[in-house]
Ligand binder design. Structure first.
Ligand code: ZN
Length: 317
């Protein structure tokens, strides 16, 4: 029993000396603490759960608002203030949606400012493109007095930009390939001295350092009476892929299984470079290159059909 007592006393002594040591150490530490300035939080709350926002679905209504915004700036003709404003806005919207965004400035007789949003580090490169400029002259207007005005381009220009930006906001960020959203400058000034069609995409393809696996161009896809026949120069395998996705979504009455026009559009330089490319376009639009290409001719439903088809195609590829 004694032994037990002695042991207990010994243990108590050890504990007491340990406590004393602790207390001295604490005092020594306290003495070196510099008082914090007023207003500094005394403790930090660590979140117990990090909530990753789920990307929302593609919204035709949001895309339509973006068409209205672009049209509200007036014609986005090269050199205009509205053109500068749209370049800044696209760049800002891409950055807000977590894309690496840049202005690609090139010279090919004119100064070209393409805007590019990039995502992904590995895998093949896929490009989705649309032109953001609008035409200097409404030379198809029924009224000769209006033909010298610039085109608002709600459908011819703004619709494609709106779909690309809404894709930027809603696509998942873990796609198994690299994706570039390319907003082409100077598509729409063919037949005007000093200009041509598709100058932005020509400069872009000429500057490409690699061969993309596919390029999908959208143009004039906001028409409230939307019909997308198969543009005749488009790559058949790529058409088959995307038209099948549209059919699965119930859009076979929009993506028609019949040939449409043969177009010179931003897909042309890609095709000439041997890159599979298609042009998703509804060229049956009575307001093309007139003063009447305004937002009331465009519908949120049409923008959503194109957006959901591309979003599904990209997400299941
Ligand atoms: Zn045009």
């Amino acid at each position: 029993m004694k032994t037990t007592n002695n042991t207990t006393i010994a243990l108590l002594l050890i504990i007491v000396s340990a406590l004393t040591a602790c207390s001295q150490a604490s005092q020594a530490t306290i003495a070196t603490i510099t008082p914090k300035p007023f207003g500094t939080p005394t403790h930090v709350i660590t979140p117990t759960q990090v909530v990753t926002p789920t990307p929302r679905a593609f919204s035709g209504a949001q895309a339509y608002e973006d068409v209205q915004y672009q049209a509200s700036l007036g014609p986005r003709t090269p050199g205009s203030e509205a053109h500068d404003q749209i370049v800044s806005w696209i760049l800002d919207e891409l950055k807000l949606a977590n894309w690496n965004a840049e202005i690609q400035e090139l010279q090919n007789g004119q100064t070209i400012k393409n805007v590019i949003g990039k995502r992904g580090d590995t895998g093949p490169l896929i490009i989705i493109g649309a032109h953001y400029d609008s035409r200097f002259i409404a030379d198809q207007d029924p009224d000769p007095n209006l033909r010298s005005q610039a085109v608002i381009g709600a459908n011819d220009g703004a619709s494609g930009v709106a779909v690309l930006l809404e894709l930027a906001r809603t696509l998942p960020d873990n796609l198994p390939f690299r994706l570039w959203l390319v907003f082409f400058d100077a598509e729409d000034n063919g037949g005007i001295e000093g200009w041509d069609w598709i100058m932005g995409s020509r400069a872009f393809v000429a500057a490409l350092q690699e061969k993309p696996e596919a390029a999908v161009i959208i143009d004039m896809i906001g028409d409230s009476n939307l019909n997308i026949p198969i543009e005749q120069n488009s790559n058949p395998a790529l058409v088959e892929e995307i038209w099948q996705v549209a059919k699965n979504l119930g859009y076979e009455n929009i993506f028609l299984n019949q040939p449409g026009y043969s177009m010179i559009d931003d897909h042309t330089p890609f095709l000439e470079a041997g890159i599979p490319a298609i042009d998703i376009i509804d060229f049956d639009y009575p307001y093309w290159h007139t003063s009447q290409d305004t937002p009331d001719k465009v519908s949120a439903a049409s923008l959503e059909i194109i957006g959901k088809t591309l979003s599904t195609w990209l997400s299941t590829r």
